[in-house]
Design a protein around this ligand. Structure first.
Ligand code: C2E
Ligand code: CA
Ligand code: CA
Ligand code: CA
Length: 275
């Protein structure tokens, strides 16, 4: 029994070792990967559920790693946060995505994720404002997504940062709503513009009437607070239609498109004009 235990322990140990090693490697390579463009934006469309037009794109980070292939955000964002490279990473994604989408005022908006750590960065607003000025990107076409957990655990920093971002003219969305216990007070006090209902709730509503009522209540709450409501993780037509019927305005999910490395040339616009 003793050797068995030993065996499994060692196995676990090697596993840990490998993960730590990978982490160590990524940590060392990250700065170079940001500068060389190995880490870059992918875009996932945000859809008006009523008209099915693309109204915006969420910017999601991907790392084209020369040895490890395509890495999704979960495998390196935490490392970027811990090493303090998250600011650099975010600004690089913002610059690149503005370049990709262009500065036309009628094009879809960009929605970019901020990490809670960035609330502590005193240069955050100045840097974002600088990028907007330098690129002449219209501030009202930029939305910042901040998770509910981040807002609540760092409420004072969050409020100060949000006020500054609003002063620049940006929109702020509460990301992953339903996962972080933001109270009504927070929702009002932070003067948010939009609310994104987490995929974990959205996915279940077709199977479970209770879940459906919860999401319905979230959408009502959003509307009562005059927030634009977005549902994440829409994978079927039925789900899209149900959410629209519940009053949800915008949606995002594999039904409409997975994150892709290139923006489709804004081809929806002439089409719209022709209608
Ligand atoms: P998130 O902000 O909630 O982003 C949505 C995630 O759900 C994305 O995963 C997206 O690919 C995935 N997704 C979208 N539609 C569907 C769907 O219909 N079904 C399913 N199953 N999944 C869907 P991704 O890109 O792997 O990102 C994971 C998380 O990493 C993000 O969650 C966000 O919190 C974080 N993240 C991504 N990019 C950045 C970034 O540039 N900065 C920061 N700070 N965080 C980022
Ligand atoms: Ca997000
Ligand atoms: Ca989200
Ligand atoms: Ca999520």
């Amino acid at each position: 029994a003793k050797s068995e235990q030993r065996g499994s322990y060692r196995f676990f140990d090697e596993d840990m070792d490998e993960r730590l090693q990978q982490r160590f490697v990524l940590e060392g390579e990250m700065r170079g990967a940001i500068n060389s463009g190995q880490i870059r934006p992918y875009y996932q469309p945000l859809i008006d559920l009523r008209t099915r037009d693309v109204v915006g794109y969420e910017v999601l980070a991907r790392w084209h790693h020369p040895e490890q292939g395509l890495l999704t955000a979960d495998s390196f964002i935490p490392i970027a946060e811990e090493t303090g490279l998250i600011g650099r990473l975010t600004y690089s994604l913002l610059r690149r995505s503005i370049q990709d989408i262009g500065i036309a005022s009628d094009a879809p908006y960009l929605s970019i994720n901020l990490s809670p750590r960035q609330f502590a960065d005193s240069l955050l607003t100045t840097t974002i404002g600088g990028i907007l000025a330098e690129t002449r990107f219209p501030p009202e076409r930029l939305q910042i997504e901040i998770t509910e957990t981040a807002m609540v655990t760092r409420i004072d920093e969050a409020k100060a940062t949000l006020d500054q971002l609003h002063a620049l003219g940006l929109r702020v969305a509460l990301d992953d709503f339903g996962t972080g216990y933001a109270g009504l007070y927070h929702l009002r006090e932070l003067k948010l513009d939009a609310m994104k209902i987490d995929r974990s709730y959205v996915a279940k509503i077709m199977r479970n009437p209770e879940e459906l009522r919860i999401v319905e209540a979230m959408i009502r709450l959003g509307r009562a607070l005059e927030l634009q409501t977005t549902a994440e993780g829409i994978e079927s037509q039925a789900l899209a239609e149900t959410l629209l019927a519940l009053g949800c305005e915008t949606g995002q999910g594999y039904l409409f498109g997975a994150p892709v490395p290139e923006l489709p040339a804004i081809q929806t616009l002439p089409e719209k004009e022709a209608r």
